[in-house]
Design a protein around this ligand. Structure first.
Ligand code: ATP
Ligand code: MG
Length: 390
């Protein structure tokens, strides 16, 4: 039966919260791996053991682990019982020799960790004894600094594990440990990356997308659905709202100075998002703004948009440039979808010369001509709710 040992590092630092973090990670793994036959997920001291019946499912399991925040690294491991803390390492040596991937390395090192400090040999003693044995049976050399193969040994109270390949996990904090936030997602390159950054820090992200219908086709909505599908791999389930925004934009176009349109659209998005956040018990809003990238993202305009909501407005990409964000989007798999052509609502009724230094009093004056409460109410009434599953 394959075992996978899952390690987390940041969680270990969380003091009294550690149990909570660990439990969230265990629950997330159980939910995410429930399709594996005979799946068993168990918290051991300082690590989590995942076991399942069919070795053929390792690749499925690995894909899931690569998408599980909170995992520092993981490895496929072999286990044998730790016979009442017997110092005799013969069974361990034999088991290692039996599984050594002989054709795959010339140099190696042993890296022992003892969770069970009462084990009668120290980590270094174990390293030395097993290392000498592996040299002898394999004819390979030890290299402590850059070996081809690291044989990791983990001594626990009841079991000893060993493994040959450690894979990095995505890091971060387990889903849900930082509460829920609402991500404003546009179908562009930036907002999916912004949502991902918050997911990685333990937030469950709900989504809202404002689309230009009835004035444009469904193209931007379809893209956003595909993007949410990709992001849902990291949190297993997502909740999303699709809000028709074309009519709201039209009203703004008919009453407000053209230069202020974009900022007014954004402020309306914030207000509607704030209502949806309350519904979802989300503590913050997330956008993909990056300072100075476009006209709506000047310091003045960002400030005026921020003022429209009382919720914390999280902008994880604020200090990143487009190149960095693009690389990130490629890495998480949303880039190819984001660059497909669409009909984003913000390009609808875009003024030729948007204001780049909008002042709050200008905006307030323009908004006095709008029935904001009704616009919010209508937007919410027409919002379509969709659930996504990984
Ligand atoms: P993106 O690449 O995310 O579209 P952008 O560089 O195009 O960002 P803007 O169009 O100014 O920048 O949008 C800034 C942020 O406002 C977006 O990252 C997103 O969070 C939010 N936003 C913009 N348009 C929409 C929309 N139609 N629905 C939901 N959120 C939106
Ligand atoms: Mg955009």
């Amino acid at each position: 039966m394959p075992h996978v040992l899952v390690h987390y590092h940041e969680l270990a630092l969380k003091g009294r919260n550690r149990r909570f973090f660990e439990q969230r990670l265990v629950n997330h793994l159980r939910a995410g791996l429930k399709n594996l036959e005979g799946i068993h997920v168990e918290a051991l001291p300082g690590r989590i053991r995942v076991s399942f019946a069919d070795p053929g499912q390792w690749s499925d399991c690995r894909t899931r682990l690569r998408h599980t925040f909170g995992i520092a690294n993981f490895s496929l491991a072999y286990s044998l019982p730790a016979h009442d803390r017997s110092p005799d390492l013969a069974p361990l040596k034999e088991a290692i020799a039996q599984h050594l991937p002989l054709g795959q390395f010339e140099t190696f090192r042993i890296l022992t960790k003892r969770a069970e400090k009462r084990f009668p040999k120290t980590s270094i003693e174990i390293d030395r004894e097993i290392g000498a044995y592996v040299c002898q049976v394999s004819g390979k050399r030890v290299n402590l600094t850059s070996p081809d193969l690291t044989i990791a040994i983990e001594v626990l109270r009841d079991e000893v594990f060993f493994s040959f390949h450690r894979e990095p996990g995505p890091g971060g904090l387990p889903t849900g440990t930082s509460g829920t936030v609402l991500g404003l997602i546009s179908g562009g390159i930036d907002s999916p990356v912004a949502a991902y950054r918050l997911m990685k820090r333990g937030c469950r992200v709900c989504f809202v997308h404002f689309h230009g219908r009835p004035f444009v086709s469904r193209a931007s909505e379809e893209k956003v659905r595909d993007i949410i599908d990709v992001l849902t791999r990291y949190q297993l389930a997502s909740r999303a709202y699709f809000v028709p925004f074309g009519q709201i934009q039209r009203t703004i176009v008919l009453t407000a100075p053209p230069a202020l349109r974009i900022v007014l659209y954004r402020r309306m998005m914030m207000r509607i998002a704030e209502e949806l956040a309350a519904r979802e018990r989300a503590w913050g809003l997330v956008t993909g703004d990056s300072l100075g990238q476009v006209a709506s993202q000047t310091p003045e305009n960002l400030a005026v948009v921020t003022e429209a909501t009382t919720l914390p407005l999280l902008r994880p990409l604020i200090g990143m440039d487009k190149q960095e964000i693009t690389e990130h989007a490629i890495h998480i798999g949303t880039y190819d979808i984001s660059i497909e052509p669409d009909e984003d609502c913000c390009r609808l009724f875009t003024p030729p010369h948007p204001s780049i230094k909008t002042q709050l009093d200008q905006v307030r004056k323009a908004e006095r001509a709008l029935d904001i409460a009704t616009m919010i109410k209508d937007g919410l009434a027409q919002a379509e709710f969709v659930e996504f599953r990984a």
